[in-house]
Design a protein. Structure first.
Length: 528
């Protein structure tokens, strides 16, 4: 529908024009009326109608004078001039203001419909041209931005202005689905950020090589992102099955010049490629702090140095031997420790991620072959080689593969005779004592011991008298107390050393267990 203003000083004329035809069927909607030239001019300024029907002679301000001022102030809509005087001089004057028709009153219905039909055809064509131009400019703009972010070209001052790059700070982020259990991202992160931001032009979303990329322009959207990411701390992950729980985000550093934006892009992309090494429930990687915790860039290079073939063979042979031996003696606790050591070894190995996945496939197949030599294959619930291959190669995270292997080894032990579960909680306690400083949760260790987290939590509580998290906090706090007394490490460092990445959360837990803050405890226990 195209909007219409009817301006005439006679109310009966305005009423007649409103009812003379079915405006909606003709493709128009009357959005206002004006009784004089001043009202008409004000309405045009405020509403910018597509079509104006205006009488030449009106009080306060003549119709032609109102039209003249409107054109001078940028009004580009279609104009139909009305007059009770069949005077060529009026028509000639009106045409100077780019009117499309001059109708005398009383207005003929067929003539009005004919004029409106032509106007609608013209407006349809203009709108299509605008949409085509807008689409072309949008694609050209995206292509320009894409080439700039990836470092393929530099921008001129005019291009920077066209891309609205005139802000004091910038940041590039990537986002994609968090796990393979999610069919697809159910919403756009850029839309979520726009809801919390005042200026949509400060958030630029673009697809680059299949990646969802967002450029944040200005301090306000960057601060909004920071507030959003605060919800992603390891102690307080996103609520399960929430929108935030469905995505993984990598963030480049905040830069202060336009020319450094590609640097932030490269940093965010580098982190995204490292997400394979993220902890369970970790939804973000933020430059530069998270980069320090990840393997160096050699991991992503296919041109590895040294005799990696020999290293690969040694890793497969040594861990095959260790794991097969402990599977045969049903040493679940030792298997958990070996798998953790394998994870650490691969974390620092000079392999690409695909090479590491292939290594883990070969490791599983070697273990399977060794066990078949000692046991009847039909008695062991080996999954098909193709199924193991698919799971490992499709996994987004290293921890997923380690948990998968632990689950398979537990099934194998059960099938070859392991049935006693009496010492399982002792094994869990032993594991906590040696791994409390890592991102340990009931959910990520339960599969190591052959249980789901809910059942393991129940039997842990029954045997120890406390829930898993309370026990873990007590172990961490006890170790923190020793560090506080015997070292001069700052409190935030002590928190990291015992497994708390959020120092405020550490303060809460420490005070709950000891009745005082870490600083108060240190002062009380180190005074002479």
């Amino acid at each position: 529908m195209y909007s219409v203003l009817i301006a005439d000083d006679e109310k009966i004329i305005r009423m007649g024009l409103c009812s003379i035809i079915d405006w909606n069927s003709a493709g128009f909607n009357i959005i206002g009326e004006a009784a004089n030239g001043s009202e008409a001019l004000e309405f045009i300024k405020n509403n910018n109608p597509d079509v104006v029907m205006i009488d030449i002679r009106m009080p306060k301000l003549q119709g032609l004078d109102a039209l003249k001022q409107a054109r001078e102030e940028g009004f580009t809509g279609k104009v139909i001039v009305l007059s009770g005087y069949s005077d060529f001089e009026y028509a000639r004057t009106a045409m100077r203001f780019n009117t499309v028709a001059y109708l005398t009153k009383p207005v003929d219905t067929d003539e009005l419909l004919s004029v409106l039909s032509k106007i609608k055809t013209d407006l349809d064509q203009e709108r299509q041209q605008e949409e085509n131009h807008s689409s072309f400019m949008s694609k050209a703009r995206k292509t320009l931005l894409r080439s700039f972010l990836t470092g393929e070209l530099s921008l001129s001052d005019n291009e920077k202005n066209d891309l609205n790059l005139n802000h004091p700070s910038y940041q590039v982020i990537f986002y994609e689905k968090y796990s393979n259990n999610i069919s697809d991202i159910s919403y756009s992160l850029s839309d979520l950020l726009r809801v919390a931001n005042q200026n949509e032009r400060e958030i630029e979303a673009i697809d680059i090589d299949g990646n969802n990329v967002i450029l944040l322009k200005g301090n306000h959207p960057i601060e909004k992102l920071k507030l959003l990411l605060d919800k992603y701390s390891n102690e307080l992950p996103p609520e399960k099955n929430s929108q935030l729980d469905s995505i993984f985000i990598s963030c480049g550093s905040i830069v202060n010049t336009v020319d450094d934006i590609p640097v932030s892009y490269a940093e965010a992309l580098q982190l995204l490629k490292h997400r394979f090494f993220s902890d369970q429930n970790q939804h973000t990687l933020i430059y530069p702090d998270d980069l320090k915790k990840l393997p160096d860039g050699s991991l992503l290079s296919s041109e590895n140095t040294g005799d990696t073939a020999t290293l690969r063979e040694n890793i497969i042979n040594s861990y095959t031997s260790l794991l097969v031996n402990n599977i045969q003696v049903f040493n679940r606790n030792k298997i958990a420790v070996i798998l953790k050591d394998l994870q650490d070894t691969l974390y620092n190995a000079p392999f690409t991620i695909n090479e590491e996945k292939n290594l883990l496939v070969d490791l599983y197949l070697h273990i399977k072959e060794e066990l078949i030599l000692h046991y009847n294959q039909s008695d062991i619930p080996f999954i098909a080689n193709s199924e193991a291959l698919s799971f490992i190669m499709d996994s987004l995270y290293l921890y997923e593969i380690v948990l998968f292997l632990a689950e398979q080894f537990d099934k194998i032990m059960e099938s070859i005779g392991y049935s006693s579960r009496d010492s399982i909680i002792d094994d869990v306690i032993y594991y906590i004592g040696h791994n409390y400083q890592t991102n340990i949760t009931l959910e990520n260790i339960a599969p190591l011991f052959g249980y789901n987290s809910s059942y393991l939590g129940k039997i842990f509580n029954k045997k120890t008298g406390v829930n898993f998290n309370t026990y873990l906090d007590s172990v961490r706090v006890d170790n923190a107390k020793n560090i506080l007394i015997n070292t001069k490490n700052q409190v935030y460092k002590v928190a990291e050393m015992v497994g708390y990445k959020n120092v405020d959360y550490f303060h809460i837990k420490f005070k709950k267990h000891t009745g005082m803050s870490p600083a108060e405890f240190r002062k009380h226990n180190t005074e002479e």
